[in-house]
Ligand binder design. Structure first.
Ligand code: 5GP
Length: 114
């Protein structure tokens, strides 16, 4: 199975996951293998493969993903202490699932890469 289908199935609720938030544009759910106390993935409901596939037509979706990530951070009460929002792209960026997603990480002091 192409691994992007995993996220499509989560969005369509064909496989179970802990969905935190869903609307017509995005879905947010707990990462199956959390790297921090809070580790939530925010994905567009329409398929976008990687960050390279953001274009004039779908760029508003990305703004909404960002907005929702921050609303969730506030709701989870990690916004004041801080958090990371990460988007991995392709091989060198460490993208394993080829369905664009944001990682929202928080709840602890996170290591920084640079
Ligand atoms: P990437 O490395 O592509 O940026 O991140 C993919 C993320 O998807 C990883 O953090 C991984 O733990 C998560 N993941 C992979 N398969 C599943 C799944 O079936 N369900 C959920 N909830 N997360 C998954």
């Amino acid at each position: 199975m192409n691994n992007h289908l995993i996220f499509q199935k989560i969005i369509r609720k064909e496989i179970s996951s802990n969905i935190i938030y869903q609307d017509k544009i995005v879905t947010a759910f707990d990462d199956i293998n959390p790297k921090a106390p809070i580790h939530i993935l925010i994905v567009p409901n329409c398929f976008i493969k990687t960050a390279n596939d953001i274009n004039k037509k779908n760029k508003n979706v990305i703004a909404h993903m960002f907005y929702i990530a921050i609303q969730i951070a506030k709701e989870k009460k990690i916004s004041e202490d801080g958090y990371k929002i990460i988007v991995n792209c392709n091989e060198n960026g460490g993208q394993e699932i080829h369905y664009l997603h944001m990682h929202l990480l928080g709840g602890t002091k996170l290591k920084t890469l640079y």
